[in-house]
Design a protein around this ligand. Structure first.
Ligand code: SF4
Ligand code: SF4
Length: 399
């Protein structure tokens, strides 16, 4: 094998296409390794507006995030690959915590990484050269979507997702940065036309302008990356989402007409946790080890135990899931995480039934954490006010 990549760029591109398709990727595109200036500019504006919330990796310097050569000095091409994860539609909710479609199956990082590295090896064999490569999916701070748009995989929709004219937007993007020159593709084109459905239907109004999502309001961020509270005023808007949110993709006409089921069995509902979390079961997970075992190999480990339980509290409160009251009471009494206890208090306040009220009053006498106490007080006040609202004398809640 030579150490200098010399294959003809057109021929190398053809072989890449062939091998990537055989590996199961639905979309294949190539762009050069120059800085992604437009994407970098957009990222800078987004960061400056505070919309990246506390996602550490999104606060890294734009120069690093937008320049493939900062990730690999010898980079000459960026290969963008797309694979549909679309597992179908959610069945009717019978009291579960709704999971975004990309997380129904196995952890995509591992699944895709294996095929990416195999693809690199196959390219080396086929082209007879050693290729220096970095492969990643959603893990290295390159503006993946921007690179993919440059590589022709799609265009940016108003929901900020990359939309492909043939398969919509339910696809993962994976990249290989190579020190190999490949023929490049034209950038992706397309348009939302006059459609504004995603902006109109986003439950929290997170899409501030076409293509600009304020992570601080986005349910996807709030239920996955966010390590703290879900702000009180947003909790009712989160609805039954317990991991991520698909609303702005569900309403998109491109997905309604183009989304076809993933060919990768790893992304099917059967191979992972599926479309809904069992709220009662999840709220009963008390320690980290049990949590890791329970969700092993799925993307659902990402928010951590406290994060997932927090989300289940909010979903239970919004669904008024009466069967969850006993586990919420136990969580309020026993959970080691103040984050879980405070959200359990909020959820119990949403029920306001005698069992919930008794648990909240007991907790008020016992709770040491200041923020939890505040939540308990607010839950008690809210429940009392609600009773008062249907009680003209205002006496029922005052016993
Ligand atoms: S993921 Fe949900 S909350 Fe976030 S922008 Fe889309 S619709 Fe809005
Ligand atoms: S819902 Fe409409 S506006 Fe939003 S991304 Fe899809 S086509 Fe564009």
């Amino acid at each position: 094998m030579s150490s200098i990549p010399t294959p003809n760029p057109e021929e190398a591109r053809r072989i890449l296409e062939e091998r990537a398709r055989a590996a199961g990727f639905d979309l294949v595109g190539v762009t050069d390794a120059e800085p992604l200036e437009e994407g970098g500019e957009r990222l800078r504006e987004w960061q400056d507006a505070g919309m990246a919330a506390d996602m550490g990796y999104m606060h890294r310097p734009v120069e690093l995030l937008s320049n493939p050569k900062k990730l690999q000095k010898s980079a000459r091409s960026v290969v963008s690959l797309g694979v549909s994860y679309y597992p179908g539609e959610h069945p009717e909710n019978e009291g579960g915590g709704r999971v975004a479609r990309y997380a129904w199956g196995r952890d995509y990082h591992e699944v895709i990484k294996k095929r990416l590295f195999r693809l690199r090896e196959e390219l080396e064999e086929e082209l007879g050269v050693r290729i220096k490569a970095r492969g990643f999916t959603d893990a290295v701070p390159l503006l993946e979507r921007s690179a993919a748009q440059h590589a022709g995989l799609g265009f940016f929709g108003r929901n900020s997702c990359l939309i492909n004219n043939d398969i919509g937007s339910y696809f993962f993007i994976a990249d290989l940065i190579l020190d190999l020159e490949l023929e490049t593709d034209d950038p992706g084109t397309g348009t939302c036309g006059r459609c504004t459905r995603c902006m109109d239907r986003c439950p929290t109004g997170a899409i501030k302008a076409p293509g600009v999502v304020d992570a601080r309001l986005c349910i996807s961020y709030l239920t996955i990356e966010n390590r703290g509270e879900i702000p009180r005023h947003l909790r009712p808007l989160v609805g039954d989402w317990a991991f991520g949110c698909d609303v702005c993709q569900e309403v998109c006409p491109y997905n309604k007409t183009k989304a076809t089921k993933s060919h990768w069995p790893e992304f099917s509902a059967e191979s992972g946790y599926g479309p809904y979390l069992d709220i009662v079961e999840t709220l009963g997970i008390r320690d980290e080890e049990e949590f890791k075992q329970h969700f092993a190999g799925t993307p659902l480990t990402r928010p951590g135990r406290a994060g997932i339980l927090r989300n289940c509290c909010v979903a239970a409160g919004n669904l008024k899931l009466t069967v969850a009251v006993p586990v919420l009471v136990t969580a309020l009494r026993e959970d080691s995480s103040p984050l879980v206890r405070s959200h359990a208090a909020w959820a119990l306040g949403e029920f306001g039934n005698p069992e919930a009220m008794t648990a909240l009053r007991e907790a008020a006498n016992r709770e040491q954490d200041a923020r939890c106490r505040e939540e308990i007080d607010l839950a008690l006040q809210g429940a009392v006010n609600e009773e008062g609202a249907t009680d003209p004398d205002g006496t029922r809640g005052l016993e």
